[in-house]
Design a protein around this ligand. Sequence first.
Ligand SMILES: Cc1ncc(COP(=O)(O)O)c(C=O)c1O
Length: 362
Amino acid sequence: MLSKAANQVCRLQRIRAAASVSTRQASTIADGFLGAIGNTPLIKLQNISAETGCNVYGKAEFMNPGGSVKDRAALGLLQAAEAAGQLKAGGTIVEGTAGNTGIGLAHCAAARGYKCVIYMPDTQSSEKMDLLRMLGADVRPVPAVPLDDPMNYNHQAKRFAESLDNAVWTNQFDNTANRDAHFATTGPEIWEQTQGKIDAFTCATGTGGTLAGVAQYLKVQNEGVRIFLADPPGSVLHSFVQRGVLEREGSSITEGIGQGRITENLKDAQIDDSVRIEDPRTVAMMFRLLKDEGLFLGASTCLNVVAARDVAAKLGPGHTVVTVLCDGAGRYASRLFSKSWLQSKELFDAVPEDCKHLVSLR
Ligand SMILES: Cc1ncc(COP(=O)(O)O)c(C=O)c1O
């Protein structure tokens, strides 16, 4: 006769075996919001792996506590400001951001007792602006103008921080504490999770912090790991990697990625090659990930996954390719799941036939 406790252990083993999925170890207690950032799972993308004969993995950054890869940058920027003595109790964090860095900063600011002011281009999704406001940030949408215009959101953020006492402009684009956060955490996690069996890494860039930091760490471990920059139309980086010139062509619906210059975070980044991904492929991938893999992910992620598939196809079967699953699609639902919005961008035809019913008539 088994004891009650032994019975429960047997039951647990039966349930786990029947589920036939491994149970992730919940290893430690996280120290508040800040301590819960990072250590995200690496997800094998089953269909894309089967299609290419490769292991195609996505780093599940949408599982960070603030919901995106930018939580890591926010933490790195905040810790650097505190270490440099730029922020004292009750101080203000000011940033220019397309949204996700602001969301990470707003969470961190609340957790550490700071105020948070966010300047953002008014072209960004209403979901991101609403969330920032709910998190207590002072959100200031400003017209989307080029960087050489003094009214660009970044310049406005800098000027506002300079006008306050006990405030810091975290400057995510050119503050290399952003890249260093990925060098210190995302890179090592990917290396450990793949047990060093990784042939290529690819992702798109906004600030370039993720790509440059991860690349730097992986190349230290093994110079042979190939780094592919993934670029949307409207960004100058693909032409820079291919031909050494900054050329802009077209535009993209993706948010948070695409760049018009070489940021400090991207300077000296060890990039071997690049791929350019058009919006119809990104949109089609969004629905394929949803329908075939059960993953509800934003457009920059879907561009990353198309890039990972292209890289896997280029390398051939038997290789391991890693990319980044940046954030969830919920932040963009009013656009990406709206028929009229997709039609206005000439992207409705890109929605696969078996997914068209998922798009509302809004
Ligand atoms: C949704 C999304 N994907 C990707 C990125 C790019 O990351 P990084 O700034 O590290 O290049 C961002 C940056 O804001 C983002 O918001």
